[in-house]
Ligand binder design. Structure first.
Ligand code: KG4
Ligand code: ZN
Length: 340
């Protein structure tokens, strides 16, 4: 089975062809980072216009230099939410139009499902597994029990982790999105110089909170202003180290909760843009080893937004016989619990 996947929920226009043998046959992506950088964040209207400009080209790209034609594709999948409505509408409408004109099934994919199932595309892991989903808009622990079956066992009560990385990066004068730039700067810094708070430390459950950390980082930067290059590197390193300690503490709780319900599963996966951070990866490795879990983290280009994750989710849905009507609308918000 081959599915064409289209992703336009934020600032990447992406498409891919993936088959049921876990193979990415071809993929194409256009990043809008350049046009949003001067605003230090994604401007929804500009994003939507750019998706309109690039969507057709990106889809045509995946059929270049490959024997596969649209007639060989079994279904068309597109992200229907959560995300920026203007962008979602572009990908979703394009997918519906292709599906309608070629008489193929159309599948509406939840963006978080795309991230959550990527470790199955890359490593063929079995359900159920514990997933740490950390991206620009979400920070959660999920018990992934089937392509369409998720339990949220922990969530952020304020900011997402990617947002905390981006805001700290902005404070340090790095570009947008700043997560990977901050990671590079942190290598040059002293992670012990500043002691930032670890919100919810020691509390029951595995929710996250990052707003207190963000405020403390800002206050530290304001006190030291003007910041020297070394100050910036030390703040970056101390911030990232604090994030690692927070993840260590919260993940220990999440594993307890998950293992209670799923005593036979020993698989921990991570997904979403922030999961490509190497310091976070190292903490995950440590905790997985301590707890006797297998750790699966997809390669960085499949952690950040891409078309293959949507195509793969489409494969998993089609294998369950799921398809959607053309009146399936784009959704700015869309919970993972109670999916159909
Ligand atoms: O999954 P993603 O591409 O888009 C969303 O669905 O949000 O995640 C983007 C987020 C941004 O906040 C970005 O700064 C962060 O992932 N990110 C990183 C790294 N690479 C991307 N954060 C920390 N370290 C990185 N290496
Ligand atoms: Zn994402």
């Amino acid at each position: 089975m081959i599915v064409l996947g289209i992703e336009t929920s934020c600032d990447e226009t992406a498409a891919a062809l993936v088959n049921s043998e876990h193979k990415i046959l071809s993929e194409s992506i256009h990043s809008q980072i350049d046009i949003h950088q001067k605003y230090l964040g994604v401007v929804p209207e500009i994003a939507a216009r750019s998706h309109v400009e690039y969507c057709d080209k990106i889809i045509l790209d995946v059929f270049e230099n490959i024997e596969i034609k649209i007639k060989d594709v079994d279904a068309i999948a597109a992200t229907a939410g959560p995300g920026l409505i203007g962008g979602l509408l572009v990908g979703l409408t394009t997918a519906k139009a292709i599906a309608m004109s070629t008489n193929k099934p159309f599948i509406a994919i939840n963006h978080l499902v795309g991230h959550a199932l990527t470790p199955r595309l890359t490593d063929k892991i079995k359900f159920p597994y514990l997933l740490l989903l950390i991206s620009g808009g979400h920070s959660m622990f999920l018990s992934v029990e089937g392509p369409n079956k998720y339990k949220v066992i922990g969530n952020t009560i304020d900011d997402a982790l990617g947002e905390a990385f981006d805001k700290t990066a902005r404070l340090l004068g790095l570009g947008y999105p700043g997560g990977s730039e901050l990671e590079k700067l942190a290598i040059l810094g002293d992670k012990e110089r500043f002691h930032f708070p670890e919100p919810l430390k020691g509390q029951k459950g595995c929710n996250f909170s990052f707003s207190g950390l963000k405020t403390s980082v800002r206050q530290t930067a304001e006190k030291l202003s003007p910041l020297s290059g070394q100050d910036k590197a030390d703040i970056a390193a101390s911030f990232q180290f604090t994030v690692c300690k927070i993840i260590y503490g919260r993940l220990s709780e999440a594993i307890k909760i998950f293992s209670n319900k799923n005593p036979n599963s020993k698989t921990l996966a991570a997904a979403g843009g922030v999961a490509s951070n190497l310091a976070i990866n190292n903490i995950l490795k440590i905790i997985a080893t301590e707890q006797g879990f297998e750790l699966v983290v997809p390669p960085p280009r499949l952690c950040t937004d891409n078309g293959a994750m949507i195509a793969w989710a489409g494969i998993e849905y089609r294998l369950l016989g799921i398809e959607h009507d053309y009146d399936f609308d784009a959704r700015a918000r869309w919970s993972l619990e109670g999916l159909q």
